[in-house]
Design a binder for this molecule. Sequence first.
Ligand code: NAI
Ligand code: MG
Length: 335
Amino acid sequence: AQHTITVLRGDGIGPEIMDAALFVLDTMDLGLQYEYADAGLAALEKVGELLPAATMDSIRKNRIALKSPLTTPVGEGFSSINVELRKRFDLYANVRPAKSFPNTKSRFPSGVDLITVRENTEGAYIGEGQMLSEDGETAVLTQKVTRRGSERIARYAFELARRTGRKKVTVVHKANILKSTSGLFLKTARAVAAEYPDIQCNEMIVDNCCMQLVMKPEQFDIIVTTNLFGDIISDLCAGLVGGLGLAPGANIGTDAAIFEAVHGSAPDIAGKGVANPCALLLAAAQMLDHLGMIDKAEKLRAAIIATLEAKDSLTPDLGGEGNTMSFAKAIAKRV
Ligand code: NAI
Ligand code: MG
């Protein structure tokens, strides 16, 4: 089948890792067509807008985007483009796998294989209800959790478990203190869990979960949680398995899905050609899963692992002496 995907080359290291990732994908005979669109700083400079209507239209039409990191200008009254994209397309599920890889500087070179499923549209990140008193002495934040939002993210997690043959879903919460919001989330997740007797479900309070993740990450399979906890936990998990250069994420909604690296535009190394393309490539593998090309996705992941195992042309963040393109070529010759 032919698929057209929207490609956002992004800012900073974005274009470098996107070119490298597409080089690898192009060797795989996937039948993908690319429709390039601008967002972020690149778009601001070209058309005076961070998120041009043409880009929104392209994503709406193709329903799939592969996205490099975008720079949101700080202190100029712009709100995060990433948050904006998630909001506009109602990308409610943020899916972040964390799996041990060989030859990273990770403390867990084996044993970790978990997925964080983070609610991506509500919780503490609704943007409304932020208040700072006039004297600057008191700040208030409103969180919003809905049964609908909790139900669909919990269902996403359990369906993901079934689809991928995973056995356990851990519901992470703080319902003992945040009785209304986290309480509703927990209660709703329990009700969903009851519909999936084939999947083991346990509950964990978020602070304990953080300790457990650092001490014994092997015990986790799928974690489902609210927006703020998921944001933090998923970065912690990225740190367990080798850091940002290897951490992909999918933002999934009913009408569109955007696949990206978890990291940002890395201005400190931009233009040097040394950024690690793996996170974006692993996001591309998630995209292939989403498009039903499971075998191709597995092939791509296997090629990345084989390249890490061989220490072939690894980028400096992994202790190698390769660069973005030589690393990509080493992966491409193994797919
Ligand atoms: P960052 O993730 O860009 O960089 C943090 C550190 O990790 C830097 O030292 C960087 O060199 C390194 N790093 C990141 N990706 C790497 C890669 N692929 N290979 C090797 N090293 C890598 O985070 P930072 O500096 O906080 O943010 C920079 C910009 O990125 C900001 O404008 C921020 O708004 C944006 N950002 C965008 C995101 C997105 O589009 N999804 C996500 C996070 C940040
Ligand atoms: Mg984050």
